[in-house]
Design a binder for this molecule. Structure first.
Ligand code: 5RP
Length: 233
């Protein structure tokens, strides 16, 4: 992820600012993970502190939770019966039908849980994320540590060239999700049939979640140089 690219940073900011238009006072929100979601959380915090918006939110990662607290967004713990009005999250890839690859930031499990608990999932992204066909970005999996060798075998058999993700801070150690699970990035190449691949991955014991988010997003804000386009499936 080249967040250092100034154009990309501006586009992420524009997508995040545009997404504020979806937010109304009184809403319960899901807060995504990653640099684009972080830009949104920061802007939302400014509006909350200024008294322009009154919201409560569930965060999809410890990092987003910490940021939300810092910028003054009241947080809700998960509980039975809780529905979220709107979740705003980033993506690693999205196509015209708003099928997504997510999990580059390792938060795919909580992101999918929160998306499923939401009435509306809005994706915010810079233009590099919008692709004709999913698959250039390696598909992330969250995997129970005990099951890792067998999951690697099963994914290789499906043609996914699995790669254990290493911790950025200490590449001698594997990366861990907020749940303490391992992350595996799978190089399938272009995905002609994402629903079929999702079905196959869901049958492999030990895969807690995969990064294919299908039929979940209701809209996406994709920012280009100085315009933000809204896509709907
Ligand atoms: C985290 C994600 C992120 O939404 C995805 O990686 C996009 O990140 P960024 O906004 O930093 O490009 O799925 O698990």
């Amino acid at each position: 992820m080249s967040t250092a690219d100034p154009q990309q940073v501006l586009q992420k900011q524009l997508a995040a600012a545009t997404a504020l238009r979806w937010v109304r006072s009184g809403m319960r929100l899901g807060l995504g993970t990653g640099s684009t979601a972080a830009a949104f959380i920061t802007l939302l915090g400014q509006a909350v502190r200024a008294g322009e918006l009154r919201v409560e939110a569930v965060a999809t990662s410890l990092a987003s939770e910490t940021l939300a607290r810092e910028v003054g967004i009241p947080l809700l713990p998960p509980r039975r019966g809780l529905r979220l009005d709107l979740t705003i999250d980033g993506a690693d890839e999205l196509d015209d039908r708003l099928q997504l690859i997510k999990g580059g930031g390792g938060a795919l499990l909580r992101e999918k849980v929160v998306a499923a608990a939401s009435d509306y999932l809005l994706i915010i992204a810079d233009s590099s994320k919008h692709v004709a066909q999913l698959g250039r970005f390696p598909l992330p999996l969250e995997v129970v540590p005990f099951a890792l060798p067998w999951v690697l075998d099963a994914v290789a058999k499906l043609g996914g060239a699995p790669e254990l993700r290493l911790a950025t801070a200490n590449p001698a150690e594997p990366a861990r999700s907020d749940q303490g699970n391992l992350l595996v990035d799978c190089h399938f190449g272009e995905l002609p049939n994402p629903p079929e691949l999702a079905r196959q991955l869901e049958q492999i014991p030990g895969i807690v979640e995969h990064g294919l988010f299908l039929d979940l997003a209701r809209a996406a804000v994709v920012a280009q140089a100085d315009t933000a386009r809204v896509l709907r499936p």
